[in-house]
Design a protein around this ligand. Structure first.
Ligand SMILES: *Cc1c(COP(=O)(O)O)cnc(C)c1O
Length: 480
């Protein structure tokens, strides 16, 4: 079909789709060796063809602005347009080498964002430098390492990670030079205290946890876990990629955590996906502040300034200050919601998750009963006699304009289907999702082949996923 063509396929030689303004600068000749020897292979289309092409391509993707996106363990909430408007204001068009006296406004935003994150988390100070959640984890673990080394405690080379943890946790531990020790979870994903005690010793640098955990269950023994780990000389790291369920209601600092990261591109509504840009600020308790990466924004007598902590810190982890635009968007969101409404994010996201869970538990297998927080896991359909899998259900949802939930994670259940609705969704949207999920369950009983063959309404149908992973075609030349 014409509109399914790649832009190279509709390219016609010598067609021009751009017009450049007259440059106000003097013509600059490049040295011969800097010029390319062959012309770049660029599609040649008119402006209208280019516009149509990209508009069509954009509607082939599924995004949070197109339909409901209930991805578990990866908060996918709406990104309010005002965030974008504010971040795009011309006053924020700055150069990183500008004198601090000329960028007081953006430094104030940094300072205030650091302060609000501290207040929300109960940790003393934040650095907004890291570029993503996983980057924040790495920074946090480097701080943990430096803390132990400074105390001449050289034996601590191991990090405890529960088996239900996000995959980035053990990966970050490894990149930071630690080995991870896995502790088995209880059936509800909470830490088994007996197993924890068994692995605690003077080689443990710390533990990485998220609370509520990946299955949406609040770790009720968190104070006891914190006491045990601290008594053994370790530190507690909180994976705060998704802070929705506790926002304004509970604080990692009060639970005993020493270090955490927060994903601004999840909880604080900045764009997420396609590789970023993101921001994963790291917060620490008082005794670790000196290790935070440079630079840190400080304030004295209403003047904001940059302090490099080069003598004590783990060093610099980003170019300049990190992703400033993302911080501005998150700050806008924080002010839009306001302190008095912050806890409603927690309340509504938890209410929405429980409403869906209770409405669907007669069709889908609920392995962990009771109240969940912002997300929960089904273990596939209850009626497995027709062999309709979680993958089949996920594909069929696409036909109803619903993005599939996270599937086959966490690994503790065979047919995991993990749902996180976020606070941003209306009851009508959620009721529609429940209806769609029930329809698919009914189809699985009455016409299982229909579900197994899905999707039918999407641009591409069921893919050979193994082949796509092993033999990916990611650029035009590979097709030729
Ligand atoms: C998303 C996520 C991460 C990683 O964050 P990135 O910004 O994708 O690197 C870590 N832990 C949890 C629980 C997450 O949901």
């Amino acid at each position: 079909m014409f509109y399914d063509s790649l832009i190279f396929e509709i390219s016609t030689k010598d067609r021009v789709g751009y017009s450049l303004p007259i440059s106000p600068f003097a013509k600059h000749e490049f040295a011969e060796q800097l010029l390319r020897s062959t012309k770049a292979m660029l599609p040649q289309v008119s402006e209208l063809e280019a516009v149509r092409h990209y508009t069509n391509v954009s509607t082939k993707n599924f995004g949070v602005e197109k339909g409901f996106y209930p991805l578990g363990s990866c908060t996918m909430k709406y990104n309010p347009k005002i965030n974008q408007d504010i971040a795009g204001m011309s006053g924020f068009n700055l150069h990183p080498y500008q004198q601090t006296s000329s960028v007081q406004g953006v430094l104030e935003i940094y300072y205030e964002t650091q302060r609000i994150l501290s207040e929300l988390s109960g940790l003393d100070t934040f650095s907004l430098n890291p570029y993503a959640g996983a980057h924040g984890e790495l920074v946090g673990l480097m701080i943990m390492k430096k803390y132990h080394l400074d105390r001449k405690d050289f034996k601590r080379t191991k990090i405890i990670v529960p088996d239900s943890a996000h995959g980035t946790n053990p990966a970050s531990a490894s990149v930071a030079g630690f080995t991870s020790v896995e502790v088995k979870s209880n059936l509800d994903g909470t830490v088994n205290l007996k197993d924890l005690k068994d692995v605690l010793n003077d080689e443990i640098a710390g533990i990485m946890l998220t609370n509520p955990n990946t299955t949406g269950i609040f770790e009720k023994d968190i104070l006891e876990i914190s006491r045990l780990v601290h008594e053994a000389g370790g530190l507690l790291y909180y994976d705060g990629a998704n802070l929705n369920p506790i926002l304004g209601l509970a604080r990692p600092g009060d639970m005993g955590f020493d270090i955490m990261h927060i994903n601004l591109h999840k909880t604080f509504s900045t764009p997420h996906g396609g590789g970023g840009p993101g921001s994963g600020p790291v917060g620490v308790a008082k005794h670790l502040v000196k290790y935070l990466p440079s630079p840190v924004v400080k304030q004295k007598d209403s003047v904001y300034y940059i302090e490099d902590q080069n003598d004590t810190s783990i060093g610099q982890v980003t170019h300049f200050y990190g992703n400033i635009g993302v911080v501005i968007k998150a700050y806008t969101y924080l002010l839009t919601v306001g302190k008095e409404n912050m806890a409603n994010i927690g309340r509504y996201s938890v209410l929405n998750a429980n409403y869906i869970k209770e409405s669907l538990k007669s069709d889908y297998l609920l392995p962990i009963k009771g109240i969940c927080k912002h997300e929960f896991v089904f273990d596939g359909l209850i009626d497995k006699s027709h062999h309709v899998t979680t993958l089949d259900v996920a594909k069929r949802l696409l036909d109803y304009d619903v993005h599939p939930p996270t599937i086959y994670f966490p690994l503790v259940f065979k047919e995991s289907l993990m749902i996180e609705p976020t606070e941003a969704e209306s009851k009508a949207t959620i009721d529609n999702f429940i209806q769609v999920m029930k329809t698919v369950a009914e189809e699985a009983r009455t016409n299982p082949d229909l579900v197994k063959g899905a999707p039918y309404n999407t641009v591409v149908k069921r893919l050979d996923e193994a082949k796509a992973a092993r033999n990916p075609i990611v650029k035009y030349r590979d097709l030729l």
